[in-house]
Design a protein around this ligand. Structure first.
Ligand code: SAM
Length: 397
């Protein structure tokens, strides 16, 4: 999946400029600008403007409400665009309507019109409005889905902090690439962070880890990560060769980015019988694996072992297959079985599981026999069995 390319920001800035500063029809303009502003790239663009050198527009004189706190970037690169038609007053009015959804107040209008008359660029007026406290208040006021225990949830692609995690993993953030696997990685990090467990000094064990990408990310963020897996049998050949044993001796060959080698260890181990002492870890997690450990008894044995090796207060995170419709299929779990897996001594869910996600979304299950690589890939089917991922976070009592 292609990662975010910073060069995309230039086209976004261009598009924003074209929508506000040029001949787009007024009726279409607001819709176009609001879509651009809602795009994940817009946040990056705003960040890059924030980081660029402070400029005169704010410093010279601030209108009372808008540009305080709004730094603007270099003025030169956008001067060419100022040959666009229309008077400065009209431009400032349109910019206010598009970005702040209101007409300009008298001070604001005067401030920007004077700045433009004194040689400021229109592009910098836009930047100043986008960096204003007023814009920030609106932008950060959008409600975001923050549920931790849930079925793989498309709403997370609208949560900026969550999408930032996806990007930090080097994964695509667009909705058409939506997939359960990136969901699991990002949700794991998001949940552990929200629960205060993702600390510099934390120690983490992953069960049925294969060479999953998130291990390398975690190695860059915590003291110790131990990846455990059988690294044998069908998983050496199946699917993405997720259990390939070469990772035991050549972990770098599987690294998606540079990582702190001395923070990550791979070990061959059965998840049902972990060779660690009690209370050794702050976080124990397993992604898309326990359904392959020998049915319900294998999954329960693994969760009990993960609980045993957790410190009191530690976090156990699990992602596994949850049947939405149809009969139980091999290597999937019915909702009642999921309830049994998480109801183990010494553990409590950090919150009830939101199992209603797919009562709120329409969806077309991907047929895993026919189109295993098709995206969006959130709900899948084997014959009549329709299933998705359930992600849960539990606290060790
Ligand atoms: C679907 S893969 C998932 C790998 C990885 N978690 C990921 O998300 O890419 C399932 C993994 O479980 C491992 N596995 C199967 N039985 C196991 C067991 N009893 N104990 C530990 N790992 C096991 C396989 O070797 C394989 O790597």
């Amino acid at each position: 999946m292609p990662a975010f390319d910073p060069r995309d920001l230039l086209s976004l800035e261009e598009a924003l400029w074209n929508a506000i500063g040029s001949g787009v029809q007024p009726g279409q303009r607001r819709a176009l600008v609001s879509r651009l502003i809602a795009s994940p790239e817009f946040q990056k663009l705003r960040q890059s403007w924030k980081e660029s050198a402070p400029d005169l527009l704010v410093r010279r004189s601030s209108p009372n409400s808008v540009s305080e706190g709004g730094k603007v970037g270099p003025t030169t690169e956008n001067r060419g665009r100022d040959t666009m038609p229309g008077d400065d007053q009209g431009f400032v009015r349109v910019a206010y309507e598009c970005l702040l959804s209101r007409p300009p107040d008298e001070n604001g209008l005067r401030h920007y019109v004077n700045a433009l008359a004194a040689g400021e660029t229109r592009a910098n007026v836009l930047r100043s409005l986008v960096l204003s406290e007023e814009f920030e208040r609106r932008y950060s006021g959008l409600p975001q889905d923050c549920q931790l225990c849930e079925l793989a949830n498309p709403a997370k692609w609208d949560n900026e902090a969550w999408v930032d995690i996806l990007r930090s993993l080097g994964l695509a953030d667009d909705k058409l690439s939506m997939h359960r696997k990136p969901y699991e990685f990002a949700q794991l990090i998001y949940g552990c962070r929200a629960l205060g467990a993702l600390r510099d000094e934390a120690s983490i064990v992953s069960v049925g880890a294969g060479h999953e990408l998130v291990l390398y990310w975690l190695a860059n963020h915590v003291r110790r990560v131990i990846a455990t897996d059988m690294y044998e049998g069908v998983w050496q050949e199946l699917q993405g060769r997720e259990g390939h044993p070469d990772v035991l001796t050549k972990p770098d060959a599987f690294a998606p980015f540079s990582y702190r080698r001395d923070h990550l260890t791979f070990m061959r181990m059965d998840g049902r019988c972990l060779a660690f002492r009690d209370h050794a870890f702050d976080i124990a997690y397993s992604l898309s694996s326990i359904e392959h450990f020998g049915g319900l008894p294998g999954a329960i044995a693994t969760v009990r072992e993960m609980t045993r090796v957790l410190k009191p207060g530690g976090i156990l995170a699990l992602a596994t297959e949850y049947v939405l419709e149809g009969p139980r299929h091999e290597e999937t779990f019915l909702p009642s079985e999921i309830a049994e897996i998480v109801r183990q001594p010494g553990l409590e869910l950090v919150q009830p599981i939101d199992d209603g996600v797919y009562r709120r979304y329409s969806y077309k299950p991907i047929d895993l026999y026919k189109n295993p690589y098709q995206t969006p890939h959130m709900v899948v089917r084997f014959g009549d069995t329709v299933f998705t991922t359930v992600m849960v976070f539990l606290r060790r009592l």
